[in-house]
Design a protein around this ligand. Structure first.
Ligand code: MSP
Length: 662
């Protein structure tokens, strides 16, 4: 792949549900990365799309009295509408029912077959229609799908198999020699454990329904929907016919996906590519889940948030900003209308909107709407500090974007927005405008009229330029707002990541077109009730780790103690909770029982990276609570030493993740 090309993809969404906030979160994150890379001058290809085959889709169509194709056309349209509303800047929207994709699947099959990796065998297993996944009996939980807990169907049929097992060792080697293939790196071990257990061959054809890509050379069979769907990534890059495009964009730089489909992307897909003799993507980035204050989004709970509705009500940028500002990309996080409105008022209206408004109105009032020049020698220490803040913001934002740490990129960029507001506060342009000393100066004689006007011009010019630079740093996340800021400041053309340039008056002479305030303040919506709090303890606002008890506790019956479900858990990701010195937000793995998010008060005792990979003990059946707006489900046990430093309790020896502690 040529070095200035950058290919990024998201999962292609199932068309058996309407677009929801989880889908939107993934698309917005990948879109921010695509936009950032474009700002950096990369030739970006950004692909999203819909996954349209499978039994579930055929059944939903039948229930509606529609042909499957009619049904998928309708729903794919809804996804496209939603992404338009959210300003997603994809270059390709791939649909697995498109002829180009059928052709690509057929060609990949030819290659996999030539590699000797397909064979006919008898499949006996359990199929979850909802997850479109086969499970061996040993993985079922109380007879149900271990992922979604729905009933599974027993399937016995003569099927085609892919020799997935053959790729166990090559994949292990790939993981070892490419430690950043799976990101965040904390997710890698989980996938490595699957390889260590050994892979079974995969049944990849189905003959009990027909809504799928015909299995090449085997009438009556269709390709297993996951095998078909994964191939979309190379179809979009130009496989098999467009060799130029393929050479330019493949292998992909990033596949961006959610944690529930990590195995398909880090094991099955790479094995398919190895079999077909195609290079593997550089990285698979696994993001966390969007939750609501009442827990996981689900139709039956009626708490599914429609992204289009939120974007319609508050604007796409307010939604995009909240999604990426509130949730650390690799982790789970809670979103609600209330959280969005707070972010909107606090950050977008008070800080950013206000900055444009206060500078713009003064340029209009004192300079007839034309940005004044920065006169030679009229800059002082305040401008030096603002330039320094701008350089720091630019570096912090770039580092955040590069690492998919959008919350940090935004925090970094906001450093400049805040600094620019403080600059205006400290430079006191209103005083210069009144013919008095600004900049906090207290001289006896007033400044000359010319002196005051020159300094006023410099402050407004420099302030507006800092705002323009901030608009570049924020462009990946709030593109429409940044476009509006540029247009207001009279700037044309596309922005580039050149925000380390000094503040030198490059807007001088531009005519402003100041419109209505960018983000008029909103009233807070009705509060959404959080998940029920634990009946007695711990209080939701306290960190999960408590100091040593001073007084003896009354004795506890054996049965009472056994009601506490203590589990070994492995920390898979950790980050600081913004604006909370003591709190860390952790994702911990309970092995086969999935993952939990926990907020623990150990930030003054551990750096986040020290905890990654560590086994800890989790009180797993504690009712969920919200700590600083973040869902915390469980408590991590720790003891404090004489200096108050916490030490987490950890098993003395290797024990399986999820194992009971008694
Ligand atoms: N069709 C498959 C993907 C095939 S990719 C070759 C699929 N579709 S999905 O519609 O169920 O999910 C699409 C993406 O949305 C996945 O990456 C999934 O992890 C993500 N999300 C679904 N719910 C989510 C949240 N609540 N939060 C964040 N992302 C979540 O899987």
């Amino acid at each position: 792949m040529s070095r200035d090309a950058f290919y990024i993809t998201t999962a292609i969404d199932y068309v058996n549900a309407e677009p929801h906030m989880g889908h939107a979160y993934e698309k917005v994150g990948a879109d921010a990365m695509a936009r950032y890379q474009r700002l950096r001058g990369k030739d970006v290809r950004f692909t999203i799309g819909t996954d349209e085959h499978g039994q579930k889709v055929a059944e939903s169509a039948a229930a509606l009295g529609l042909e499957p194709q009619q049904h998928v056309d309708r729903i794919a349209g809804r996804f496209q509408d939603a992404w338009k509303q959210l300003e997603i800047s994809h270059d390709d929207f791939i649909r697995t029912t498109q002829p180009r994709h059928h052709k690509s699947v057929a060609e990949l099959f030819t290659r996999v077959q030539s590699a000797g990796d397909l064979y006919l065998g008898d499949y006996v297993g359990w199929y979850c229609k909802f997850e479109e996944t086969f499970w061996p009996e040993t993985k079922l939980e109380q007879g149900n799908c271990p992922t979604c807990n729905r009933p599974v169907q027993k399937i016995t049929e003569r099927n085609w198999f892919f020799k997935l097992s053959k790729y166990t060792e090559p994949l292990k080697r790939h993981f070892q020699s490419n430690p950043e293939f799976i990101l965040p790196v904390a997710r890698r071990q989980e996938m490595m454990n699957i390889l260590e257990e050994g892979l079974e061959d995969l049944s990849i054809s189905r003959s009990t329904f027909q809504w799928g890509i015909p299995f090449p050379g085997h009438p009556g069979h269709v390709v297993y929907v996951w095998f078909d769907a994964l191939i979309n990534y190379i179809t979009s890059a130009g496989f098999p016919d467009d060799a130029g495009s393929l050479a330019r964009y493949w292998p992909a730089d990033y596949h961006v996906i959610g944690k529930d489909i990590a195995k398909f992307h880090t094991i099955i897909w790479p094995a398919m590519l190895l079999s077909a003799g195609l290079p593997l993507p550089a990285h698979v980035f696994i993001h966390g889940f969007v939750l609501t204050p009442t827990g996981k989004m689900s139709k039956s709970l009626g708490n599914v948030i429609a992204p289009g509705e939120m974007a319609g009500k508050y604007g796409a940028d307010a939604l995009r900003y909240t999604l990426l500002r509130e949730i650390a990309w690799g982790q789970d996080g809670v979103i609600s209308e209330e959280i969005l409105v707070n972010r909107y008022n606090r950050d977008l209206a008070n800080d950013l909107g206000n900055l444009l408004h206060r500078i713009g109105t003064q340029i209009q009032k004192h300079f007839g709407g034309v940005v004044p020049p920065v006169a030679e020698g009229s800059k002082g220490p305040l401008e030096g500090e603002l330039e320094q803040a701008s350089r720091e913001a630019s570096r912090a934002a770039a580092a955040g974007y590069e690492a998919f740490a959008f919350h940090q990129a935004l925090e970094g960029a906001w450093g400049l927005v805040r600094a620019a507001n403080q600059y205006v506060d400290r430079a006191e342009p209103w005083k210069w405008a009144a013919g008095k000393w600004g900049d906090g100066l207290r001289e006896e004689n007033p400044p000359s009229a010319e002196q005051a006007r020159v300094r006023l011009g410099t402050v407004l010019s420099v302030g507006s330029e800092a705002l323009l630079q901030a608009a570049t740093l924020l462009e990946p996340v709030i593109p429409a707002t940044c476009q509006c800021i540029r247009a207001t400041l009279g700037v044309e053309g596309r922005p580039h990541w050149d925000s380390e340039a000094p503040l030198s008056g490059r807007l001088a002479g531009k005519t402003l077109s100041l419109g209505a305030p960018l983000f008029p303040r909103l009233e807070a919506p009705a509060r959404v009730e959080a998940a029920p709090k634990p009946a007695a303890k711990p209080p939701a606002s306290k960190p999960a780790v408590r100091p040593p008890a001073a007084a003896p506790v009354e004795s506890l019956g054996y049965d009472d103690f056994m009601r506490a479900d203590l589990r070994v858990a492995r920390v898979v990701s950790a980050s600081r909770v913004p604006n909370a010195d003591k709190l860390l937000q952790l994702s911990v793995s309970l092995g086969g029982a999935g993952e939990r998010q926990v907020v623990a008060g150990i930030a003054q005792s551990y750096a986040p990276e020290e905890l990654i990979g560590k086994q800890v003990v989790l009180v797993a059946n504690l009712a969920p609570a919200k700590i600083r707006g973040i869902e915390s489900h469980g408590m991590i046990l720790a003891a404090a030493d004489a200096d108050g430093k916490h030490h987490v309790v950890t098993p003395d020896g290797s024990t399986p993740d999820g194992g009971r502690v008694k």
